[in-house]
Design a protein around this ligand. Structure first.
Ligand SMILES: NC(=O)C1=CN([C@@H]2O[C@H](COP(=O)(O)OP(=O)(O)OC[C@H]3O[C@@H](n4cnc5c(N)ncnc54)[C@H](OP(=O)(O)O)[C@@H]3O)[C@@H](O)[C@H]2O)[C@@H](O)CC1
Ligand SMILES: [K+]
Length: 566
């Protein structure tokens, strides 16, 4: 799994690299600039065949410093390069200043002025105004220039290349820092955070054509507006990976002393990107749960678990049937649908391999669960909120690995005992609306305009939710965040080239609940079950493609497993 860094973690890695004496800040800046130029030519090979024109917008920090390097390297290739600086050159930090001066030996720098910039025609615009150091909403010429670019994007400027991120995007949250009541905004074409999604295809390009970041992707590249604004993400190596990896332990300098501050900042809790396919062979720890799917010839069906999925009343049984099918396809040995008497005929008529047992009352559920072979439970899909309220205390008292989805989440939010009955083997799977009902204060905090960086993020909210609930929480979306009470956190991002917009279809959540339940039954720990299920869910959708309906998802799994070499 790729590790995602926060801005503070990235700064700490950079600091540790420089403090080690093995590399200077200036060298890192040169590598960063080279990386961006190489990424531009990789993205548009035709640009390497001749000389074109670039406008480079540089900001007051080291992001601007990268901009001066890029300007110089393009100029060396015979390009015409126009450079604008937002800020006072005398106040640039040392490495950026050094690159400003190197650039001044070969070219001009104009103060950033939107009116002038507006008249600049060019093939590529490089946005090097702000990167990881953005701490508040943009204002003045920086804001109006970004607004100008956003307004003209796609028409006049189709190759906007962002250094580290679109300027103003908070790389911890994927949200654009903005002042809600700034009178100056009225005159601007549009702000980054107002770009209409409808103008662009889902998962498509909202602002930049290409964003190039350094060493590791950051959380904000995958959360919220991040992917929409970044367009396409490239991560370039700047040779600091040893410091990132070492920093999980204590970073020691050459004399064996800890380089304290940096080490502390970079250490856990970390956020990982759930990304399995290339990792299966490389990363044993993540591959292990996958190995579970390879069934041993000596095994019998109970070795692979036996989940119980509770069904809704007649006319509402489809959701639980979808969950059951997914649990079976993901490898549970047996799956039973707990069905109310009046829906038995309806359910029985539509299942073959899945078993059925009558469960009409919470007391019967308790009795059925005296069979210890039933080792995982799913409650919620199509269940009815009122019924879920009645069954939930009994379901939780059974202390099975339990997925609470859909109506069970609404019932939980209305329950008088709140989260008291939840236990560490539960997984909650809210979408945004359910999350708001369960954790109204966290949802409000998340909805507040992000004025200062680092802004409150979906990662922060899900982590707080998991801690409060005392169990794993999977907060759905194209940026699904999975968090557990110990702070462990992963993002399963269905964005960039992994976008699967057709996954937004009726019943898709029921399938996800079933996948988690099946994996819990197979013995995966809750966090692992949730992230593996979320990953498979997207892979199945991508494998099937457009036209997908929820029923197709479980049936596509064998293909996904085959592609993984299982
Ligand atoms: N990490 C690495 O390994 C490497 C990193 N590199 C590069 O460095 C970049 C990070 O550089 P950075 O820390 O100097 O931050 P950056 O984004 O340039 O801006 C900071 C400046 O902006 C200011 N400022 C903030 N918000 C503002 C606002 N709204 N409006 C106006 N001003 C505002 C802020 O001032 P202050 O908040 O202190 O008032 C400060 O002066 C990173 O993104 C990458 O491109 C590579 O070169 C090498 C390898
Ligand atoms: K930038």
């Amino acid at each position: 799994m790729a590790e995602l860094l926060t801005s503070a973690q990235m700064r700490a890695v950079e600091r540790a690299a420089i403090d080690s004496g093995e590399v200077s800040g200036l060298e890192l800046m040169e590598r960063a600039g080279q990386g961006v130029v190489a990424a531009i030519f990789e993205e548009w090979p035709e640009l390497a065949l001749s000389s074109y024109k670039a406008v480079v917008l540089c900001g007051p920090g080291n992001n601007g410093g990268d901009g001066f390097v890029i300007a110089r390297l393009l100029k060396q290739r015979g390009w015409e390069v126009e450079v604008f600086l937002y800020g006072d050159p005398e106040k640039l930090p040392p490495d950026a200043k050094a690159n400003y001066e190197r650039w001044r030996e070969v070219g001009e720098v104009a103060p950033l002025n939107t009116r002038e910039f507006r008249h600049s025609d060019c093939d590529v615009v490089v946005d090097a105004l702000f990167g990881t150091g953005v701490s508040r909403a943009l204002s003045g010429e920086a804001l109006s220039t970004m607004s100008q670019l956003a307004g003209a994007n796609g028409d006049r400027y189709d190759k906007i290349v962002c250094v580290d991120c679109p300027s103003g995007l908070c790389l911890d949250s994927g949200r654009v820092l903005a002042q809600p009541s700034n009178p100056a905004l009225a005159d601007l074409p549009i702000q980054l955070n107002q770009l209409p999604r409808s103008r662009y295809p889902y998962g498509g390009i909202g602002f930049a054509a290409l964003t190039v970041t350094f060493d590791s992707p950051k959380c904000g590249h995958f959360l919220d507006d991040g992917p929409f604004l970044c367009g396409k993400l490239r991560v370039v190596d700047i040779g600091v990976q040893d410091f990132r990896e070492n920093s999980r332990r204590d970073i020691l300098d050459k004399s064996g002393q800890k380089t304290g501050r940096a080490a502390k900042l970079v250490r856990r809790p970390e956020v990982c990107l759930v990304h399995m396919s290339p990792i299966v062979k490389e990363n044993r720890s993540f591959a292990q749960p996958l190995m579970l799917w390879g069934k041993d010839p000596q095994d019998h069906k109970y070795t692979h678990g036996h989940p119980l999925i509770l069904s809704g009343l007649s006319g509402k049984t489809g959701a639980a049937r979808l969950s059951a099918r997914a649990a079976l396809r993901v490898g549970a040995g047996l799956v039973t649908l707990g069905t109310p008497h009046e829906a038995v005929t309806e359910v029985a008529a539509q299942i073959t391999t899945i078993m059925l047992t009558e469960i009409d009352t919470p007391e019967i559920l308790t009795r059925v669960l005296t069979d210890k072979r039933l080792n995982a439970l799913c409650i919620g899909p199509g269940f009815g909120v009122e019924r879920a309220g009645e069954f939930l205390p009994y379901a939780l008292a059974a202390k099975r690995a339990t997925v609470l989805d859909a109506d069970a989440l609404t019932a939980l939010s209305e329950s008088e005992t709140g989260f008291a009955d939840l236990h560490a083997n539960c997984v909650l799977t809210p979408h945004a609306g359910e999350f708001k009902r369960l954790f109204p204060d966290l949802a409000t905090k998340l909805a507040e305009p992000p004025i200062k960086g680092p802004a409150y993020s979906k990662v922060d909210a899900t982590r707080e939710a998991a801690k409060r609930a005392g169990c794993t929480v999977l907060f759905k979306g194209p940026d699904t965040v999975i968090a557990s009470p110990n702070g462990r956190c992963s993002i399963n991002a269905a964005v960039y080239d992994r976008a699967a917009p057709w996954l937004a279809t009726a019943g898709s959540g029921d399938v996800l609940a079933g996948l988690i339940t099946g994996l819990l039954a197979r013995g995966l720990a809750p966090h692992h079950a949730a992230e593996t299920a979320a990953w498979l869910h997207v892979e199945a959708a991508r494998s099937f493609g457009p036209g997908l309906i929820a029923e197709d998802l479980p049936e596509e799994l064998p293909k996904v497993f085959r592609a993984l070499g299982l």
